[in-house]
Ligand binder design. Structure first.
Ligand code: HEC
Ligand code: HEC
Length: 161
């Protein structure tokens, strides 16, 4: 008798887990998001949440979420809207004033984060393998990359061609 009951319970839990994941992400036309994917989970805490938005600023004002020293999102196009999923196929190399660097790998939404920072000010290279495909010329001191790299105006998003 226990067997069918636990089978049903497992099914219910499986459905709940799939439902929770599916609810966080939507497939959208590429005219909406060039990646074809969009975050739909609102403010529910998740490493894939709100690609393109200012992670550090919102977590600080909400008093919730991880305290990152560096955080941002890599996109495929300069005008990508908030919550569109970005790109995963690059490495973000952040080099501190002392020459020490960290390599950050964007997750499935294009989001990259680091809890400990580098010596300020820092510079940035986008790399694919050993090839540098993008470089921030000006050294910066704020780790909130998406605070400057918005969909509107200059400099636009952090873009991996
Ligand atoms: C508009 C506000 C807002 C923005 C923007 C935001 N977050 Fe969050 N984040 C939250 C809140 C609120 C929580 C806490 C949720 C909770 O405790 O239920 C959270 C929690 C998290 C968590 C913890 C999940 C867990 O398992 O506890 C991660 C990881 C996270 N955020 C990553 C990010 C990243 C990366 C970005 C930027 C690309 C980002 N967030 C942008 C509001 C935001
Ligand atoms: C205070 C604003 C500001 C902050 C913070 C900032 N950037 Fe930038 N970024 C710019 C500006 C302005 C440019 C264009 C001029 C230049 O290259 O310096 C730029 C250019 C870039 C470029 C080159 C253009 C491209 O898309 O390939 C990359 C890559 C980049 N930034 C990545 C980052 C990353 C990663 C962070 C966070 C660790 C970050 N930026 C934080 C303002 C900022």
């Amino acid at each position: 008798m226990a067997r069918p009951r636990s089978f049903v319970l497992a099914l219910v839990m499986f459905a709940a887990a799939v439902g929770a994941c599916a609810g966080n992400m939507g497939v959208v036309p590429t005219s909406e998001c060039s990646s074809g994917l969009q975050w739909l989970g609102g403010d529910s805490g998740n490493a894939l949440m709100h690609p393109g938005r200012d992670c550090i600023g919102c977590h600080a004002s909400a008093g919730k979420g991880p305290r990152y020293a560096l955080a941002g999102t890599v996109f495929g196009d300069a005008a990508a809207k908030d919550d569109c999923y970005g790109r995963t196929d690059v490495v973000v190399r952040v080099t501190g004033a002392d020459g020490k660097f960290v390599d950050l790998a964007p997750n499935g939404a294009g989001n990259f984060t680091a809890r400990s920072g580098v010596a300020l000010p820092y510079t940035v290279e986008l790399r694919r393998g050993e090839t540098v495909i993008g470089k921030m010329q000006t050294a910066q001191t704020s780790g909130a990359c998406n605070g400057c790299h918005t969909a509107e105006g200059s400099p636009g998003r952090i873009v991996a061609p």
